[in-house]
Design a protein around this ligand. Structure first.
Ligand code: AGP
Length: 615
């Protein structure tokens, strides 16, 4: 998770920016930096590791100035180095940029900028942004216009904050998509900008939130807003209550909805620091303890988890077997720990998946495997949790705090993390040639934009909830990688609305569940364009001919499915291995709106805990 803080006003900018970055430490980061304008010159201070290192650097080499921006970074492309830390400057040292998001088309932009004579000093995608702004600033003489023209060239979601010695009395901030937020804070004769409210709330409770495709020009006396098309914009000034829970909800009615809507950002952040598009390779820093030889000799993986994480473990079977050619056996942790599994420490590896990293059954399964000599990899969200400490290797989700008991953004990040693991294992075992890896990585960097499209598609989930919130039973059907998604959709509905729901592999319909079909039980069918789409169409027809109700999740444009279903929620076409990240989102939103319509306690459902640490 990356944090951004900016200040312009009469006070010392470095003090305010550093304090703001400290308030964003909870977001996780591996490097930090800031840039100020001191006597008309851009001065940067950047460090790898904790913010204390940046504070020490500033103590040794202080910077004075009244306008500055700062950044905590989770690496995007390229390694965790000072050179790759933000902020990034142009060749002349006149412009500096901080960036949240992924530039999907950064390679072709970089190639053209190199032809135009720009010199690059880092491996990051961000650097193409500062060079484009430099190009347009010198062509137009206007920083805001330069930022607008630059963002128009970028593909994917991005949030940028820009400082220039050529325009020393302003900070420009802009946003496209939802990979990062931008909030503008109004002080008395001073102004603030940040990625998240906690960074600036000690200075002001009066803020404006930038929406996608909007830009702010911030001076110490205030801010003016534009659309990326250059049209002037009036933005509402909101007063944020001091209530920390309300602050954390950032205006959402429930944490669960906030976390569902955050998924373009959380999917971006699980990818950060793990792609090297130059080499078309995945870098998993946490797997360093596995030698190349050990990675090559893995004969079997046992994927073990509970609940939603177990659904991700089921997906990991499809992904790792397909991408790395390693057989995967999936177990509920509560079963694995008691069934005395036949494990071979020379050939088998345990993979545990857990948002909290504290689930008692999952930890017990880790001990069972360790007692039998197995090495383990954990995919977890909570930094420093037991599952992270007990494992030989850790792959963090970087999803930030997930407060809603019903897991949403952590789940989609688990799917992306297991995809990354599959590609990594496949590349390290020599199974994936460069052309294949290039396609696999390109599918990944386009994913946040597809998540954005689903969240912005304006589907009327409230009307759907209004229609079916009183039903007592739901059936969820899916095939292949969407069978675990059917299970996950059913679990989401169960745990927050208390309606009975079952997930089933659609091919099993004729072996029993079809007896349940009638006009009272809605059937949710995941029927996106993949190799089993026609089979799903047939299942939908079987349900309809027996008087059943079908809510379909289909690929945009698939009218044949829509003609057969009572209701259709469309998702963008996606690579089959990443499609589950998209197909689960409508199911999360359906469950959420039904639970809200029922008046349930969405964030803290009855009988449930966020982490099951006792048996
Ligand atoms: C998910 O919505 C549930 N809250 C629950 O099934 C959860 O996934 C399970 O308890 C596992 O938790 P973990 O990921 O923290 O190990």
């Amino acid at each position: 998770m990356c944090g951004i803080v900016g200040y312009i006003g009469p006070r010392e900018a470095s003090t305010i920016v550093l304090a703001g970055l400290r308030r964003l430490e909870y977001r996780g980061y591996d490097s930090a930096g800031l840039a100020l304008i001191q006597d008309g010159e851009l001065v940067l201070r950047r460090s790898v590791g904790k913010i204390e290192n940046l504070a020490s650097l500033l103590a040794q080499q202080p910077v004075e100035g009244h306008v500055g921006i700062g950044h905590t970074r989770w690496a995007t492309h390229g390694g965790i180095t000072e050179a790759n830390a933000h902020p990034h400057t142009d060749c002349r040292g006149e412009i500096v940029v901080i960036h949240n998001g992924i530039v999907e088309n950064y390679r072709e932009l970089k190639e053209q900028l190199l032809v135009d004579g720009h010199l690059f000093r880092s491996q990051t995608d961000t650097e193409v942004i500062v060079h484009l702004i430099e190009k347009y600033r010198h062509r137009t003489g206007d920083l805001a216009v330069a930022v607008r023209l630059t963002l128009a060239e970028l593909k994917g979601s991005s949030a940028v904050v820009v400082l220039s010695t050529l325009d020393a009395q302003q900070i420009v901030a802009a946003r496209v998509g939802n990979a990062g937020g931008v909030v503008v804070g109004y002080g008395q004769g001073e102004m603030f900008v940040a990625s998240d409210l906690p960074a600036i709330l000690e200075h002001t409770q009066r803020v404006s939130f930038l929406d996608s495709k909007e830009l702010a020009v911030i001076s110490e006396s205030g801010a003016r807003f534009l659309t990326l098309a250059g049209e002037p914009l009036q933005k509402e000034v909101q007063t944020i209550p001091w209530d920390p829970v309300a602050v954390a909800k950032e205006g959402y009615k429930h944490f669960m909805l906030k976390e569902i809507e955050e998924q373009a950002r959380s999917v971006t952040d699980v990818i950060r620091g793990r792609l090297d598009l130059e080499a078309a390779k995945v870098h998993l820093e946490g797997l360093g303890s596995f030698s190349a030889e050990q990675l090559r000799t893995i004969k079997r993986i046992y994927a073990v988890a509970c609940g939603t994480a177990w659904h991700a473990a089921l997906c990991s079977k499809f992904l790792i077997e397909r991408l790395a050619g390693i057989p995967v056996e999936v177990d509920y942790a509560s079963e694995f720990r008691y069934r005395d599994p036949l494990l071979n420490p020379e050939e088998d590896v345990l993979l545990v998946i857990s948002q909290s990293g504290e689930t008692v059954d999952t930890l017990a399964a880790m001990e069972e495997a360790r007692d039998k000599g197995l090495r383990s990899i954990s995919i977890v969200n909570v930094i420093g949790s037991q599952a992270a400490r007990l494992a030989d290797a850790v792959l963090y989700l970087n999803a930030g705090l997930e407060i809603g008991v019903a897991s949403t953004k952590a789940f989609t990040s688990m799917l992306v993390a297991t995809y990354l693991l599959g590609v990594y294992l496949g590349q390290e075992r020599g199974l994936l040639e460069r052309p294949q890896r290039e396609d696999l990585l390109q599918d990944l960097i386009e994913l946040p934009g597809l998540v954005d499209r689903i969240l912005a598609n304006g589907h009327d989930y409230e009307a759907l909830a209004q229609r079916y919130f009183k039903r007592r039973d739901f059936l969820y059907l899916g095939r292949g990688l969407n069978y675990p998604i059917a299970l996950e959709g059913a679990l989401k509905l169960k745990e927050i609305s208390y309606i009975h729901a079952e997930g089933y592999p659609a091919g099993e319909m004729k072996h029993g569940p079809i007896a349940l079909i009638d006009e009272n039980m809605p059937v949710v069918a995941i029927a996106v364009r993949d190799h089993v789409r026609d089979k799903m169409l047939s299942n939908i027809e079987q349900v309809r001919t027996r008087g059943g109700i079908v809510i379909a999740v289909a690929t945009e444009g698939d009218q044949e499915i829509a003609d057969q279903a009572d209701h259709t929620i469309f998702v963008p076409a996606a690579a089959p291995l990443l499609a589950p990240v998209l197909t689960v989102i409508p199911l999360q939103l359906l469950a959420y709106h039904i639970a809200v319509r029922l008046g349930c306690d969405v964030d803290q459902p009855r009988n449930l805990a966020k982490s099951v640490t006792v048996e």
